[in-house]
Every structure is written in C-alpha cells, then in structure tokens.
Design a protein around this ligand. Structure first.
Ligand SMILES: Nc1nc2c(c(=O)[nH]1)N[C@H]1C(S)=C(S)[C@@H](COP(=O)(O)OP(=O)(O)OC[C@H]3O[C@@H](n4cnc5c(=O)[nH]c(N)nc54)[C@H](O)[C@@H]3O)O[C@H]1N2
Ligand SMILES: Nc1nc2c(c(=O)[nH]1)N[C@H]1C(S)=C(S)[C@@H](COP(=O)(O)OP(=O)(O)OC[C@H]3O[C@@H](n4cnc5c(=O)[nH]c(N)nc54)[C@H](O)[C@@H]3O)O[C@H]1N2
Ligand SMILES: [Mo]
Length: 891
C-alpha cells in the first residue's frame, strides 16, 4: 500500500467529468479566502491565485446548496456549499438571518467547514477492493489483515464475493456466525438485509451516555430532562459535571454558554481537567479523579447532611414530598431491603462514614472544595446541573446517574425555575423541553428496531473481541432495547464480521484483542468512505457515497437543538464508483435471494421527501402542524410521490435556506421547566418512569435490573438500589497494589479521554486542515512531567499490558496530577516492527470490561504509565502524515 501526502483531490478525480464546464480547471477545493488573487484559481494545495474579480467571475452561475453535516459530533449546524457544474467551490455556514439571542444562527465549526476535504479528499475510496492475499472461503493469509495491499475489483465481483461468504457462513455455521457490528440498527442499512437473510449476532452495551444508558433510568431522571435556555438565565450556578460543550457540542450550545455567562450565571466545573469549556466560562474548578464522581457526591452529601442547620443547606420539604429513600421514614413500598441513603452515608451498614475526608482520599478533591461545593449546591442557590456522559463512561459508574440526581434532590434543584438536573448531552445541550421543530428521520423501515432479526444472540460490546477469540460469552438480553435477561453462558462461533456505519475496531475497548479477532474470522467486509480502521483490517471494502452525493435525512437529523430543523440535498453525484448504502443493500439482496422491494419499497429520494413532508412545527397553542408547504410540482420535480400539503414555509425555501428556526422571546409559551407540575403537586402529577411516582433515591427497579443481569457472576459487584460507592476496577484505588499502605502498582496513571474537536470519534480525522489546527497531543500534568523529566512537546511513550503508543505531550496544570488525557478516536497506525501505535489510539490502552456490570463500557477507566520516548520511530506532525491511498495506481 502506498501512502501519499496530498491535500486535495483535483488531480485524482476524473478531470473531464469533474471539471466539465468549470470556469477554471484547477478550481475546486479549499478556497478559504478569496480576496487578493491574480487569476481566480486555486492550486492543488489549496492556495489561491488570482484577482478578486476573477474569483467573482469564476463563481458566476454557481449555486449555494445546503448539505448535511451528518457526523456523530455534538453540533448540529448548517453547512452550505457553492456548487458549479458538479464542482464544489467553497463552503459557508448560516447567514440566513442576523444573529441574536432570540434568533441565533446555527453556525458550524472548523471541522464542519472542512468536510469538503472529507468528500473530495485524495484518500476517498473510489472502487471496490479486495485484499491482495485474500482467498474466497478460506480468507487466505488472514494474518495479513491490516497490512496487506489492495486490488481493484468490479462491483459485481465484490457483491458476488460478499454474498458467497455470507451464504457459506449461514450454511456451515448458521446465521449466528455472522456478526453485524451495529447496535439495534440505529444506523446502517444492512441490518434489514441480514435480518431477512436469516439474522445475525447483534451487539449491545452502554455508549454515549455510559451508565445513564441502561437504557432506562427507573429512578426518575429522563434523558435531556432539563429546562429551556431562557430559564437557565435564572440560575445562580450552572454546574458542568464532566461536560465539554466547547469541543463536544459546538454551535448553539457553546453560544448559549457564552450568553449565560455574560448574563451573570456563575460556573462550576467538576472533572479531572480544567477543560476548554471550563476555561471558556471561567468556571471554578472542582478537580476529581476519573470515575470517582460517586465517591465525591457521597462526600458532598455527608457535608450537607452533617452541616445542615434547619434547612440552611438541604431542602427538607422537597425531600419529604418529592423523593423516596432518603431516610427510614421515606422508604418506597416496593423496597426489598430496609437500607436508606442517610444511614448509608453515615456508615450504618458498612461501618464506613462517607465523610469528605473519606471521599477525598479516593477522588482527590481537597476536603475544603467538597464543603465548598456542598455550600454552592445548597437549597439557598438556584443550581442547574448539566452532566454529560463522560463520568458515566467508567467502570464502577453504575450508580453515578442516581447519585447525581440524589445530590440535586438534597438541595431541591429539580422542578423550579433556574434549577434542573439531568444528562445534558451534545446536540441540544442547554436548551431542553419539547421540540419546537419536530424533524422525522428518513431512514429505512427497520432502523431503530431489532424485530427483524430472528437470531437472539447479542454480544456485549465491552468484551466482544474476547467473545470472538474464546467462542464464549455471557448472554444477558438486548440492553439497547431494555430486554434484560439473567446471564446465560453461551458458545458462539463468529465467522464473518460486517462493518457499515460504525468503526468498532477503532472505537471499542481493547483494540489489540480486536485486531486478533479480525484476523481470526473467515471473512470481514466493510463499507467505507476512506480507509477507516474496520476497512483497513477487512478483506473486501465497498466504497460508499457521502451524504453530499445523494438525498437523505438520517438519525442525526432528528437530534438537534429544539428550535431547529435542517434541510439538505445532494450537491454532486456519487464520486467515482462509490454507491449509496441503499444501492449496496439492494445489490446484496439480489444475490442473497432477499426481496429488496418488499424490504424497502421507497428510494432514497422518496424517504427523504417523506421525512420532510412529515416534519412539524409547534404552534403557540402547543400543537404540532406541518412545517412545509409542498405542491404537486415539488413532488414531480424530485421524481417522488406525495400528497400536496399546506405548511408554514415552502419546501424550496426550506431547502435553499437549509434551516428553519423558531424565533423565540422570553415571554413566549415555550419556556419549559422540567418536572414543574410534579414538584408543585407530586401526588397529582407523579413521575411516569418510577414505581413510586417520585424521584427514587432508593430504587428497587434499578437494583433489580443489575441483580438480574449480574446474577451469579462473582466478578461483578452487587449494585444496590441505593446510589452506593462501587469499587472501580482499574480505577484509582486499583493503581495501588496495597491501598492501605499506599504501595503503587506498575501503572500508576489514570488515563481518560476527551472527544476531540478535530474529529467526530474516528470520523473525519483525515482532514488536513483540521489536523493542522489541532495537533492531537496527550495532556499530562506539569509536576508529573517534571518528575519524569518530560517537557512540553516531548514525545512520550504511553503503555500498559494492552498496548502502547507514542505522542507529543502537552504539559500543563490543567490536568490533575496522576492523570493523562488522551483525545478519543485517533485512527490507529501501528509500527509493525515494534507494535507501537503512532496515532495515539485511545483503545490501544483500554481493556475489555469483564469486571463491570454486564454491558457496561468503561473507557474512561484505564491505568497506564508513560515516559519520555527514546526509540527511533520518527513522529511527524499529524498534518504532515501521508494520506492513505490504497489504490495508488488507479488514479
Ligand atoms: N476509548 C474510548 N472509546 C470510545 C469513546 C471514548 O470516549 N473513549 N466514546 C464512545 C462513544 S460515546 C461513541 S458514540 C462511539 C462511536 O463509535 P463509532 O460509531 O464506531 O464511531 P465513528 O468514528 O463515528 O464511526 C462511524 C463510521 O460511520 C461512517 N459513516 C457515517 N455516515 C455513514 C453512512 O451514511 N453510511 C455508512 N455506511 N457509513 C457512514 C463514518 O465514516 C465512520 O467511519 O465510540 C465510543 N468509543
Ligand atoms: N468534536 C467532537 N464532538 C463530539 C464527539 C466527537 O467525537 N468529537 N462525540 C459526540 C458524542 S457521540 C458524545 S457521546 C459526546 C461526548 O461528550 P462528553 O461526554 O462531554 O465528552 P468527553 O470529552 O468524553 O468528556 C467531557 C469532559 O468530561 C471529563 N471527564 C472525563 N472523565 C471524567 C470523569 O470520570 N468524571 C468527570 N467528572 N469528568 C470526566 C473530560 O475531561 C472532559 O473534559 O460528544 C459528542 N461530541
Ligand atoms: Mo457517543
């Protein structure tokens, strides 16, 4: 495989097709600034040459097209491209109206504005390929997966091969030998095909929301159950608990934060690093070690309980009326034990009082800061609690969500203006309540459903590579769909791995085991835009069209700020020989004897139009009405069918603008306060998701779910109905071989991850502009670095028993001593000689989650050591890395 360092693609795309009619043959990619150039052209490296006039002339008759920014990042923003004769000249974001607090623009980030390098990158896959030493039905030399060369094949060959492998596996080993790496079909198109073909082994487990995602929260929190942005202005304090909106929820959420801050809301950040968001809002930092949040919360609770003077800290009225489980007088009717929270905190059951001193030893938060936080969270202040998933993506975090809620309950911070508490993730952070624009996704009919899969095997993602290697796993039902079962030991012989809309070899725990698993099975195939990790280790790779190349509304189009709805359409035709997922699925069906017409009667265009037609908007009376006016001619123009309808705006305006945003005002009827009615009268307005109708500090249903899925498995801790501290496997306490005597083990540093602004997980990490802007160092503490003789910018080797990588170190005091922060998702690049990864792939270091509750993914709990790197691997800055071009001879 040859690697090339080329920023843009113009040379590699068929010029005749690509630049046909374009005023300048070299025009195309990467025009960031157009002023002051001589001839109005861009060179292949994106440099502008030309006069401003020439550029204007060049853009004559070009058209702005709203395109999707469809990646799994926290922003949902407007992305537009200027297209002329099938060539994208440049990009912009929202300028549909003036920007204001009442009516903000939906502006994109630097990564979104680089998507042109994803679509038109020189490393874009152009043709179906097979691995050079792959052999049908045997796999050939399987150890070469990940290091073989590639050979171009035709679509017919590729689909025939894939179908033959699937049929062979089905015939010899049954459908459960086909492992489709997609959780409950939330994304990806192949699930329906494989389901109709007789099924596949699925995968489940916690992801984004960590232990918030089990998937229900039977103690009373609801996902995103927070208030409207106008109401956050009434908070005294906004607590960002492991939240990094400035990197993970760019666009509107970050804009809101700025406004809250300017309006006088005070900020507190709780987490192991003083991150970009904390810095952005000048937050008071409460440092806590990764995964020790439950201990910290118990210490704060102790401080509040023992220092409360007649309601000076605790909202006794709220606890009494709205919660169960705080003390012996408030136990829920279904409780199977008589343990209550207060007595647990005071040490009645285990002889350990959960004092701030006890907590501090575990979480590293100074005792005075624990008392300080107890004061801030007192019932005298209005406090708004936003946590993201990071603290819950830990081993031992089973009780964090309930503990977090309990803390809010103590101060009465739920159900009134300026107060709320919940998981406040990404897309619509800091602006909650019913959607004002209600988009509908345009997915294939089975997406989000597991019903079409006749096989009931569901691997647990935290240990799925181990399952493939050992042929054994513990089945506990399909957690993603709340189908919990008692553990059942099963044997399973996985023969085929299928990757479509994920990149699990890269993004799931214990990558080195994953590579072994990929090299073990008979056949691996992957759909891909570029050589994502799953594709690199596959046998057959099928090039897919990006969403700029066909019309599609998808899952993420439904997850966005509640005031927004986005529209988009294709900008160019599928590049080279790439095909849409839909077309690939159809081609496979024909070969597998599955009736595609029955499975998915609508075309991409039809599903896209149906989704737009069904999009609604809330009126002042709180009722949803159609957003779009669509005429018969509109349907005809796009070659689809539909019933004409009347709405608020014409279809073409929506498509041209790319966004419809409800204009707000402080006194409009949409200012939502979560659980307001419940708080006013909990008996008349009980919480629907809890057994008692109240917020459950003691939650029997939670205890029962864990008791069921963990039943009889000794390696798992018992998870109480109370939010008790859970000993963290591979966490801080485990970094000592003798905790009492404080004897350190071989891996004394706690590694945790940040989702990185440069990419969305592993997606888009190949974009040269974004690579130049964000260098992907690992972050370490200054005192730790000094003790090891490491200076800022030095290359360090990070290692543990799972693997190792080298990276430049960013040295500062923004990370706690003993911590190392690794940006998530860097596409692994293993130096085959030494086995060392050069990219800093986080999951090289994570281990499988065999010691946690079934299905839990605990990425943020990892122990490592590091030192200055003295070996001879040369590490260039990432932006100078060659792009990965698997078929260099086919340009
Ligand atoms: N160590 C560690 N690991 C983590 C995390 C962590 O914090 N630390 N975070 C976890 C979290 S929260 C998540 S959500 C997961 C994400 O895990 P993944 O979902 O595996 O991550 P992505 O890199 O976004 O992979 C999506 C892939 O789908 C492709 N794709 C996008 N659109 C389409 C399409 O329309 N069709 C097809 N066929 N493909 C498409 C993209 O190019 C990309 O390769 O990672 C998890 N892994
Ligand atoms: N640019 C970009 N944006 C993204 C994504 C991306 O990959 N790139 N991914 C999207 C997805 S799918 C998700 S799930 C979200 C994730 O969103 P988050 O969960 O917010 O993401 P993280 O960056 O993992 O963590 C946020 C902060 O929590 C801190 N933290 C880590 N561990 C702990 C802990 O144990 N306790 C506490 N208190 N704090 C901790 C980290 O230091 C970090 O500052 O981001 C979304 N947005
Ligand atoms: Mo996520």
């Amino acid at each position: 495989m040859r690697e090339e360092n080329r920023m843009t693609v113009s040379k590699n795309i068929d010029r005749r097709q690509f630049c046909k009619g374009a005023a300048a043959a070299t025009a195309a990619f990467g025009a960031l600034s157009l002023a002051g150039c001589a001839e109005g052209n861009l060179t292949e490296t994106g440099e502008a040459v030309g006069s401003a006039e020439a550029f204007v002339a060049n853009e004559k008759d070009a058209e702005w097209v709203s395109v999707p920014c469809w990646h799994n990042c926290g922003g949902r923003c407007l992305n537009k491209v200027l297209v002329k004769d099938g060539v994208v000249l440049r990009q912009k974001t929202d300028d549909t109206h003036e920007d204001s607090w009442d009516w903000p623009q939906s502006r994109g980030c630097l990564r979104g504005r680089s998507v042109q390098q994803q679509v038109f990158g020189a490393d874009r896959l152009k043709y179906p390929m097979k691995r050079k030493h792959w052999e049908p039905l045997t796999g050939g030399d399987k150890s070469l997966r990940g290091r073989d060369e590639w050979v171009r094949i035709s679509w017919d060959e590729a689909l025939d091969y894939v179908a033959a492998e699937l049929k062979n596996a089905k015939e010899k080993y049954g459908n459960r030998s086909i492992f489709y790496m997609n959780m409950a079909n939330l994304e990806g198109v192949l699930g329906g095909v494989l389901g109709a073909f007789g099924g596949y082994a699925d995968v489940c487990g916690t992801q984004s929301g960590g232990t918030f995602q089990y998937p229900t929260m039977p103690f009373g929190l609801v996902y995103g159950g927070l208030n409207d942005r106008y109401d956050i202005l009434n908070a005294d304090y906004h607590i960002l608990w492991g939240h990094n909106a400035a990197w993970c929820a760019f666009g509107n959420p970050s804009y809101y934060l700025k406004h809250f801050k300017k309006s006088g809301v005070k900020y507190v950040f709780v987490g192991p690093e003083f991150n970009a968001t904390a810095s952005f809002v000048d937050a008071e930092w409460i440092p806590t070690r990764p995964g020790t949040d439950t201990a910290l919360i118990l210490g704060i609770a102790h401080s509040m309980i023992t220092r409360d003077d007649n309601g000076s800290l605790i909202d006794w009225d709220f606890l009494d009326r709205c919660t169960v489980g705080f003390d012996a007088d408030h136990m829920p009717a279904d409780a199977k034990t008589d343990e209550n929270f207060r007595d647990y905190v005071m040490g009645k059951y285990d002889g350990v009082e959960k004092t701030p001193e006890w907590a501090s030893e575990i979480c590293g938060t100074p005792v005075d800061k624990i008392h300080r936080l107890a004061d801030i969270l007192s019932c005298k202040n209005n406090c708004y609690f936003s946590t993201n998933g990071a603290p819950a993506r830990n081993k031992g975090a089973e009780n964090y969500p309930q503990a977090f809620m309990t803390l809010a309950c103590l101060g009465g911070h739920i159900g009134k203006s300026g107060n709320a508490c919940a998981l406040d993730m990404n897309y619509s952070s800091f602006n909650r309540g019913p959607n004002l624009v209600q988009p509908v996704d345009g997915r294939v009919p089975w997406q989000g459903s597991i019903d079409m899969n006749p096989v009931d095997d569901v691997l647990q993602c935290g240990e799925m590579w181990n399952t493939i290697l050992t042929g054994k796993y513990t089945y506990t039902g399909h957690h993603t769909r709340a189908k919990y079962k008692a553990p059942e030991e099963r044997e399973i012989d996985i023969r085929v791995i299928v990757s479509d809309q994920h990149n699990f070899l890269q993004t799931q725990s214990h990558m080195s085991e994953g590579i072994e698993a990929f090299r073990k099975v008979d056949f691996v195939f992957s759909l891909a835009y570029v050589m994502k990790t799953d594709a690199r280790y596959a046998d057959i790779v099928l090039p897919i069209a990006t969403r700029w190349e066909y019309n599609k509304n998808s899952f993420y189009d439904t997850m966005m700020d509640k005031e927004n709805g986005f529209a988009h359409r294709k900008a160019v035709d599928p590049l080279f020989e790439s095909k849409t997922d839909w077309n690939i699925a159809k081609g496979l069906c024909e070969r597998l004897g599955v009736d595609w017409g029955k499975l998915c009667p609508d075309t991409d265009d039809q599903m896209w139009m149906n989704a737009m037609a069904k999009t609604t908007v809330m009126n002042e009376a709180g009722k949803y009405e159609p957003l779009l006016t669509i005429a018969q001619e509109d349907y005809e123009r796009y070659n689809v069918i539909g019933t004409p309808q009347e709405g608020r705006i014409p279809l073409e305006k929506f498509l041209d603008d790319g966004v419809y945003r409800v204009k707000r005002s402080a006194d409009d009827p949409f200012v939502h306060i979560q659980y307001k009615k419940f708080r006013e009268d909990p008996d008349a307005n009980p919480i629907a998701t809890t057994a008692s109708g109240k917020l459950e500090i003691y939650c029997q249903a939670k205890g029962d779910v864990f008791a069921l899925i963990n039943k009889g498995i000794d390696r798992y801790e018992d998870i109480s109905p109370l939010p008790k501290y859970v000993e963290q496997h591979e966490g801080y306490t485990d970094s000592f071989t003798d905790w009492e005597k404080k004897v350190r083990g071989p891996y004394p540093f706690q590694m945790t991850h940040v989702h990185y602004l440069r990419r969305a997980h592993s997606d888009m990490d190949n974009l040269p502009w974004a690579r130049e802007a964000m260098t992907n160092p690992v972050f370490i503490n200054k005192d730790d670095a000094a003790a090891k003789g490491i200076s800022n910018g030095d290359i360090i080797l990070v290692r543990n028993d799972n693997g190792s990588f080298i990276r430049p170190a960013s040295v500062s005091r923004t990370i706690m001593p003993g911590g190392i922060l690794v940006p998530h998702g860097a596409g692994v690049r293993i130096d085959e000689e030494s086995g060392i990864d050069k990219a800093g792939a986080d999951n090289m270091m994570t281990s499988s989650c065999k010691e946690t509750s079934a299905g839990l993914n605990g990425w943020n709990t990892t122990l490592v050591d590091y030192e200055k790197y003295t070996g001879n691997i040369e590490l260039l800055p990432d932006c100078e890395w060659p792009l990965e071009i698997p078929l260099p001879d086919e340009e």
